[in-house]
Write a protein that binds this ligand. Structure first.
Ligand SMILES: Cc1cc2nc3c(=O)[nH]c(=O)nc-3n(C[C@H](O)[C@H](O)[C@H](O)COP(=O)(O)O)c2cc1C
Length: 450
């Protein structure tokens, strides 16, 4: 079950933050290779690789890049926007990649910029990620000094500027159009689509937006060749992914796995299962916005299609393990509170609906809800789903509706018994807890299973 190729050398004990170390390990060779190709050929390699976005939606990167006009088809400059906002609760892989292999991120940005002939690339990095920003900035300065970034890169005639931009702590700024608004100095709120960013993105110019992990995978694709990369993983889900494993699991951490392994392989085989003799109750497979799976669904495979068949998503690759101490109503409350707090307020169903969700769930948890309120909660979820400009509303409604669907009797008991059946013994310890805590543990545990 070990990956045949590893995209991120995170298993190594030392971080490869210095340019000289990265180059010694073959770093920037893929950039040289790309610069010797036509930009269209680079996009062909991306298409052949089948690489799908690692930020959440899983859109094929090569296809997205091919939607952009060529420089001679537009009077505007072309841009690349790098989504380093990483705010989906449970997700802590991009920070690991930026901290440990920053030059791989930069190389991926450069190759992708060249493929679309971008004049500038903007890295939108989560405001809380100060150390990651510093590491990336130092790496960027080294790359600039070496002529890898800026004017006439490696004498190729191609020039691109990379700009680092720190966010200020808003989940909505991870949504691609909210990110663009924020980059332009406006309030981070989603835009109406179409036009899509490929046509009218940053400053109304054609813009490719990709996640850190997606872009950092690109050098490896160039090194292996798109077709070879596509042999990794399974159909429709090629390659490897870095999964952020957290929650009630013995060995939490970031693990790079070939797509198509099962949740059981990851949680039990690699993560050591649920500690302390407790029982597995549920798994959130792709970050807080994804519908939950039960312990019976542990054999679901970690690939896009298998997750869709199970009614959920791979999302951001954040696998959150939940044991039998967890009250699902309390979990629903925690999730709903997050989305209510992060709703930007632009769309009424999301702004008002998330508030309603919190109020109803709180009443259920406190034993103050009437018999009709579970259906009212589902009704509110239904009235949010698909009715907002961006998927933040869906991200609130989908998981909560799934908790009710799969653990309805537990919700019902709260209403019937006039309070939480756990009687104060439930615990959400480690589940969707602050990311720093997970990360502190994850840092020591990055490994590729042998
Ligand atoms: C509310 C919301 C928050 C998001 N946050 C992030 C994020 O923090 N990082 C990220 O890469 N994508 C995030 N996304 C997904 C982006 O909108 C977009 O799909 C992604 O950056 C595209 O890159 P990819 O194709 O490489 O995955 C978010 C989406 C939504 C709706």
């Amino acid at each position: 079950m070990a990956p045949r190729h590893v995209v991120f050398e995170l298993a190594e004990s030392a971080d490869v933050t210095r340019l000289s170390d990265y180059e010694r390990a073959g770093g920037y060779e893929s950039l040289r290779k790309a610069l010797a190709m036509e930009p269209a050929q680079v996009i062909e390699e991306l298409l052949a690789s089948g690489l799908r976005g690692r930020g959440g939606a899983g859109f094929p990167m090569g296809r997205k890049a091919s939607f952009l006009p060529k420089p001679d088809q537009t009077p505007k400059p072309i841009y690349l926007a790098v989504n380093a906002d990483e705010s989906e609760p449970g997700t802590f892989k991009d920070r690991e990649i930026m901290l440990r292999v920053p030059h791989q991120v930069i190389e991926g940005i450069l190759i992708s910029s060249y493929a679309i002939q971008a004049r500038a690339a903007f890295v939108y990095i989560r405001g809380e990620y100060l150390t990651e920003y510093e590491v990336l900035r130092t790496a960027l300065e080294e790359a600039l000094d070496r002529g890898l970034v800026g004017a006439n890169i490696l004498g190729s005639g191609y020039s691109v500027t990379i700009v680092l931009h720190r966010g200020a702590g808003a989940y909505i700024c991870g949504e691609e159009t909210g990110l663009l608004e924020s980059l332009e100095g406006k309030r981070g709120q989603p835009r109406t689509k179409p036009p899509f960013p490929a046509i009218a993105g940053l400053y109304a110019a054609p813009t490719l937006i990709n996640n850190v992990e997606t872009l950092a995978t690109v050098p490896r694709i160039l090194a292996l060749g798109g077709e070879n990369y596509a042999k990794l993983g399974v159909e429709n889900s090629s390659g490897t992914r870095v999964f952020s494993l957290s929650g009630n699991v013995a060995r939490p951490g970031n693990y790079e796995l070939e797509l198509g392994m099962s949740l059981r392989d990851l949680i039990v085989g690699i993560g050591g299962g649920v500690p302390g003799g407790r029982q597995l109750k549920a798994v959130i497979p792709g970050g807080s916005s994804t519908p939950v799976l039960t312990a019976d669904e542990l054999d679901t495979r970690l690939d896009f299609d298998s997750m869709a068949r199970a009614g959920t998503m791979l999302g951001s690759g954040a696998v959150i393990v939940i044991d039998d101490r967890c009250c699902m109503v309390q979990l629903a409350l925690r999730v709903a509170q997050f989305y209510r707090h992060e709703s930007c307020g632009k769309c009424t169903p999301c702004r008002e609906g998330t508030r309603w969700m919190v109020e109803i769930i709180r009443r259920i948890e406190q034993g103050a809800a009437g018999q009709g309120e579970l259906d009212l909660l589902l009704n509110v979820c239904d009235r949010i789903l698909g009715r907002c400009l961006c998927p933040l509303g869906d991200a609130a409604a989908m998981p909560v509706a799934s908790y009710v669907a799969k653990f309805r009797s537990e919700f019902q008991r709260h209403i019937d018994e006039g309070g939480c059946p756990f009687r104060g013994t439930s615990s959400l310890e480690g589940v969707l807890a602050p990311v720093d805590e997970h990360h502190a543990r994850a840092r020591a545990r990055i490994e590729v299973p042998a």
